[in-house]
Design a protein around this ligand. Structure first.
Ligand SMILES: Nc1ncnc2c1ncn2[C@@H]1O[C@H](COP(=O)(O)OP(=O)(O)OP(=O)(O)O)[C@@H](O)[C@H]1O
Ligand SMILES: [Mg+2]
Length: 247
């Protein structure tokens, strides 16, 4: 999966996107980490490989459980081949415990208060607007998705939450919340896309320690983040001993 033969079509904060062929893209996970809308930025050797590997792991689990995902292949390092989709400009957030922007929005909730049933929340994906919360009628009226499609996304997101919670609980980790994205394939079918990694979910170990990007948001320290990501992989049984974190 050598990317120099492919055309780069997009570079975001965490991934580069290349065209592989008419139906497939390559996602290349970068070693950069950013937080607070790009105000905190750092380079962490090995982070791209870890996030690609964690994503490949979760997409494989979800595929086996019958969720349609974009995942096709993983090169063992930082690249993933995926189905090319037309992405919805939405971030779908599933919350099991109150945290982060939800607490800012509604401070009456207590930090880590259990949300039972879990909440599915939509944000309009636009960096210049800071990905604002968007209500269902806005999504429908603006033509982003239909009512039926949103029902499908909510149902699928909750099913994904159940599957992820089970995997994490076997690893003695508590899933606080996560962000996912969906896109449409050629037949307009909605498919789970993007990534599932410590950059996009929050998990706590049994000492209440974060094994996710929150470590970087709070400390700005890339070394502490990579240590947390290595521990995350160890807990999930994902191999990291072949990754060069220093060289
Ligand atoms: N299967 C797919 N088909 C088409 N685009 C995809 C697919 N999976 C993910 N993407 C898109 O590829 C891009 C990945 O880049 P990246 O995540 O770095 O940037 P971003 O989400 O635009 O911005 P941010 O830096 O805030 O994450 C995203 O725009 C994402 O929506
Ligand atoms: Mg992104």
């Amino acid at each position: 999966m050598c990317t120099h033969t492919y055309t780069l079509i997009y570079e975001g904060k965490s991934k580069r996107v290349y065209v592989k062929n008419r139906d497939e893209l390559i996602l290349e996970f970068k070693d950069e980490v950013t937080a607070r809308d790009g105000a905190l930025r750092s380079f962490i050797r090995g982070k791209g490989i870890i996030n690609a590997r964690v994503s490949a792991y979760f997409f494989s689990v979800l595929n086996k459980k019958g969720i349609d995902t974009h995942f096709l292949d993983y090169d063992g390092a930082r690249k993933m081949a995926v189905k090319k989709l037309r992405m919805l400009p939405l971030e779908v957030i599933v919350r099991n415990y109150a945290y982060g922007s939800q607490l800012k929005r509604i401070p009456l909730l207590k930090p880590l208060q259990e949300l039972n049933p879990p909440i599915v929340e939509f944000h309009y994906k636009d960096d210049s607007l800071h990905d604002p919360l968007i209500i269902v009628d806005d999504i429908i009226n603006s033509g982003i998705a239909t009512h039926e499609e949103l029902n499908f996304i909510i149902k699928t997101s909750l099913r994904i939450n159940d599957i992820l919670r089970e995997v994490f609980s076997e690893a003695k980790l508590k899933l606080i919340d996560f962000k996912i994205e969906f896109g449409r394939d050629r037949d307009n079918k909605l498919i789970l896309a993007d990534e599932i990694s410590g950059d996009t979910f929050r998990v706590l170990d049994d000492n209440g320690k974060h094994l996710d990007k929150e470590v970087f948001r709070r400390t700005g320290d890339p070394k502490l983040l990579i240590d947390a990501y290595i521990r995350l992989c160890e807990k999930l049984g994902i191999k990291v001993d072949d990754i060069d974190f220093h060289g």
